[in-house]
Write a protein that binds this ligand. Structure first.
Ligand code: LLP
Length: 431
């Protein structure tokens, strides 16, 4: 298993910085989400420093859907990033963290009236409009007031990036945004431009997630800048902002070959500057909104081995005390992960195991056929690269409590989310 961030081995044990994983298990119990906070903050800084231009403003938005709680939002605010939310719940969490409202972007293909009202009442910086009906919904709330809301329009530039079918977003029949190839797009933009309660700031697009080809991002940027030029000319307007979304791929296993982020971001912004010059657009601010590539590799999940089973069919299982409830990605996207037995980190890995969760579901398999040292009940198993889309996609299937989340750094450990209790599980039940 590849050691990520501040992971290191001491006395045949896995540590994150100076923090022993077995000590964390003793203190906080398992399953446990662990975030390497120093690594996370370093990634944020590296994004900010690398995605920088002398010619235009650049913004990095954290895609909060990848992992969000109040503590995480506070880190993002402290580090000076912007943030994107896609629901009233995410917005509520971010506001609870006292995140500066002007730095919030609100996405979503079906923002409810109550969500839009909540966002507008809280003066959030930017609403990213997905479709025509949404324009009407916003105007409905704002008309008759003097309020002016800055908006971007999400468009679909039709770029088919190579990734899992479920996380592609710009195939021509995608549910997100309005197509740049549809003639009606000019009428849509015009209706925003002409409305006195709306400030049209520009466009947003996002081509998918866990993408490894730089070329897809370059093509996206060029297509968008060219499109902006067409709109500027046709409607005789200046368009100041372009948000290019996220989607940068990360390492989960040896099969993944992510580009070196700092280098890529330098190259990316340079390309964008060139496209701006080449097409002669008025762009002033360019945004990107990574989620996975900011948080994924800083997060791990720690489990306790509760059983080791040799089946009659020949497969050997390790049973852990979590599973698809804290990480649905293997079941949903056939996602692959690595693992380590924390307390046997130096032992030879010559036993092949399938790591299964505790749900009543045959598909509740976290990792198939993975080599580990001989496992026993009570061993601690850690799966790295679980910072993104695990906690945020977790469930209470089988009425299993959600794990706690702890942030570890040079300054010590901070509990960011406490473990759910049985009482939490019946909190909404009416009886
Ligand atoms: N911006 C928009 C509009 C998005 O829809 C997304 C992700 C992002 C930014 C951030 O993308 P990232 O940098 O994290 O790739 N649950 C799936 C991933 C779904 C991604 C949804 N949108 C998974 O576990 O792989």
């Amino acid at each position: 298993m590849k050691l990520l961030g501040n992971m290191n081995l001491k006395n045949s044990e896995l540590y994150i910085g100076d923090t022993s994983c077995s000590e964390l298990a003793k203190k906080f119990d398992t399953p446990l989400f662990i975030i390497d906070e120093d690594d996370f903050r370093e990634k944020i800084k590296s994004y900010k420093n690398s995605f920088k231009s002398k010619k235009i403003d650049s913004r990095v938005l954290y895609a909060s859907k990848s992992m969000l709680n109040v503590y995480t939002a506070k880190i993002i605010a402290e580090e000076g990033l912007y943030i994107d939310v896609v629901s009233g719940g995410e917005l509520y969490t971010v506001l609870k963290a006292k995140f500066p409202s002007e730095r919030i972007y609100f996405h979503g293909n079906n923002k409810l009236y109550k969500e839009l009202k909540f966002a507008l009442d809280n003066n959030i910086g930017t609403i990213v409009i997905d479709n025509v009906q949404e324009i009407e919904r916003i105007i409905n709330i704002l008309s008759g007031t003097d309020n002016k809301q800055k908006v971007l329009l999400r468009v679909n530039p039709g770029i088919d990036a190579h990734t899992h079918e479920y996380i592609k977003t710009t195939k021509l029949d995608s549910k997100f945004g309005e197509s740049i190839f549809d003639e009606n797009i000019f009428n849509i933009v015009n209706s925003i431009v002409e409305n006195e309660n709306l400030i049209f700031a520009g466009f947003h697009c996002h081509i998918g997630s866990q993408i490894f080809e730089k070329e897809s991002f370059f093509k996206e940027a060029e297509t968008m800048v060219e499109f902006m030029k067409t709109v500027e000319d046709k409607l005789d307007i200046k368009i100041p902002e372009l948000n290019l979304g996220g989607g940068f791929g990360v390492y989960y296993t040896k099969e993944d070959n992510p580009f070196e982020l700092g280098k890529f971001l330098n190259e990316y912004i340079e390309k964008i500057e060139n496209y701006i010059d080449y097409y002669g657009v008025n762009l002033q601010t360019v945004d990107i909104e990574p989620g996975r590539s900011l948080i994924c590799n800083s997060g791990s999940t720690l489990y306790t081995v509760g059983g080791v089973k040799e089946t009659f069919g020949g497969k050997d299982y390790i049973f852990v005390d979590g599973g698809m409830t804290d990480n649905p990605r293997p079941a949903l996207y056939q996602a692959k992960y690595e693992a380590i037995l924390v307390n046997k980190a130096n032992k030879k890995a010559d036993n092949v195991y399938t790591i299964a969760g505790k749900c009543c579901e045959s598909g509740d398999i976290l990792i198939k056929d993975y080599k580990l040292p001989k496992a026993e009940i009570g061993d601690l198993l850690l799966i790295p690269s679980t910072g993104a889309y695990t906690y945020s996609m977790s469930s209470n299937y089988n009425r299993i409590e959600r794990p706690a989340m702890v942030f570890v750094s040079r300054e010590g450990e901070k509990l960011a989310v406490r473990r759910q209790t049985y009482e939490d599980l019946i909190r909404e039940d009416v009886y």
